[in-house]
Design a protein around this ligand. Structure first.
Ligand code: GDP
Length: 297
């Protein structure tokens, strides 16, 4: 189960806090030290942890909290609020172009992150909103990726645009835009190629697509199981290509929590959705407050 170890450790700290009628400054400091350790072990970015603990401490060590009726409970509440704020506070909705204008979304991510699956999951969500999505196979390096997109598109009953492997991704993206215009697709989702590692060629290709067609939303899919690596990937993509939001896949797995807790704080970009399984319906909107409550147990 996700966050199990982090949740268990935080629960232990909270139990100690609740059991005390009064809290001294030292009690709070000891508790926060344990919170800090638990977050670091969950692979949360070091700077993020430091800032987080500082924010909680500044609010918790004060007359109001310490002399309050239920100081332990107050500290727990502060931890919850600060954790929610760390993940962006408000739920961020994916922004569509107004009116009848077509929204172009470019999906990117490392190979295996869950990009192609997530593309199809999103298409299903948009269809429910009354949109008419077009999925575009821009991964010309892996014929299997094109086929996977076609199979998933079929399952979702959304159209897939493909030109095989002999055209450049830029040409495919341009042709897809013309196709969308003719066919009345008001959302175009470009499924781009992933690599095993970030490389210059990959970034250049994404930049070229962005120069050739107007991309309204660049979404990055990262694997929650990879912890801080996911955060580093997000940072790098944002610096090189520019991203608007992150989708955290495989949150149904045994993730420790580091990616969910660090991405917004490190990159400034919100998590929009979380992948909760392999099925095409397993994509959920990301709610920072609910996620914090889930982590805190
Ligand atoms: P891509 O290379 O980034 O396009 O990755 P794929 O979409 O092919 O996904 C790689 C693997 O991860 C596949 O086996 C997917 O079924 C699986 N996967 C994708 N998203 C999730 C998720 O949210 N949860 C789980 N458990 N598996 C996922």
């Amino acid at each position: 189960m996700a966050f199990e170890s982090l949740t268990d450790k935080l629960q232990d700290v909270f139990k100690d806090l609740r059991s005390k009628g009064r809290l001294t400054e030292a009690d709070v400091k000891v508790a926060l030290k344990e919170v800090k350790m638990a977050l670091l072990e969950a692979d949360v970015n070091f700077k993020v942890v430091k800032q987080f603990v500082k924010s909680v401490e500044e609010r918790a060590i004060g007359q109001d909290v310490m002399n309050g009726l239920n100081p332990g409970q107050m500290v727990i509440k502060i931890v919850n609020e600060e954790m929610t704020s760390l993940m962006g506070s408000e739920t961020q909705e994916l922004q569509f172009q107004p009116g009848k204008a077509t929204t172009v979304i470019m999906m990117c991510g490392l190979q295996g992150a869950g990009k192609t699956t997530t593309t199809a999951k999103l298409a299903g969500k948009f269809k429910l909103k009354g949109k008419k999505p077009l999925l575009v196979a821009c991964d010309i390096y892996r014929p299997a990726a094109i086929e996977q997109l076609q199979i998933n598109g079929e399952k979702q009953q959304v159209e897939v645009f493909s030109m095989g492997t002999s055209h450049s991704p830029v040409d495919i993206a341009k042709a897809a835009m013309e196709h969308a215009e003719k066919n009345g697709n008001n959302v175009v989702i470009l499924d781009t190629a992933g690599r095993l590692h970030i490389d210059e060629g990959m970034m250049e290709e994404l930049q070229k697509i962005k120069q050739a067609v107007t991309v309204h939303q660049t979404l990055l899919v990262v694997d929650a199981m990879t912890g801080q690596d996911a955060v580093n990937v997000a940072k790098e993509f944002d610096e090189k290509v520019g991203i608007d939001g992150v989708i955290l896949s495989k949150m149904d797995g045994d993730t420790r929590g580091g990616a969910a807790l660090s991405i917004k704080a490190v990159t400034g970009k919100p998590i929009l959705y979380v992948g909760m399984g392999e099925k095409l319906s397993d994509l959920e909107q990301f709610y920072p407050d609910r996620m914090a409550s889930r982590i805190l147990g």
